[in-house]
Design a protein. Structure first.
Length: 147
């Protein structure tokens, strides 16, 4: 029988920054990492994973919501789902490039379309990773120390 895993979702803050830093007891100096995924459970799981790396997760359900938030602050990095409704992950990468916004952008996907990896990397993605993500792989892609 598989062991059950319990997650305290009350610790996951899904509001725009900077308030979520206080939920995790992090300083405002903790690297902010945006999570852009239309699946709420994935956003929550990735928020926990990012927080476990002593980074401040800020979750968005769409590329459009993430782009609007950039008027207030630009995070150090972003985990971007490839298959978003509306503006796709690839289109989001291209829009970030058009705006001259520089950050680590990691595209994540559960089902890779042919040529998607190459197109994303050519459009400025720092990395292209398949779901599910391990803590070590994510730490390496974000270039944060694994604590």
């Amino acid at each position: 029988m598989a062991a059950e895993v319990f997650v305290d979702w009350s610790l996951v803050q899904l509001d725009p920054w900077p308030s979520s830093a206080h939920v995790y007891g992090m300083s405002e100096l903790s690297p902010a990492i945006a999570i852009v995924d239309d699946d709420e459970l994935v956003r929550r799981a990735l928020s926990r994973l990012v927080a476990s790396l002593s980074c401040q997760p800020i979750a968005f359900s769409s590329a459009e919501a993430f782009l609007l938030s950039l008027d207030d602050a630009v995070p150090q990095g972003a985990l971007i789902d490839l298959h978003l409704p509306g503006m796709t992950g690839l289109e989001l990468l291209q829009e970030l490039g058009r705006r001259g916004i520089v950050m680590k952008t990691i595209v994540i996907t559960g089902s890779e379309a042919e040529g998607a990896r190459e197109r994303c990397l050519q459009s400025g993605a720092t990395a292209f990773l398949n779901k599910p993500l391990s803590r070590d792989v994510l730490a390496g892609a974000l270039d944060v120390s694994d604590q």
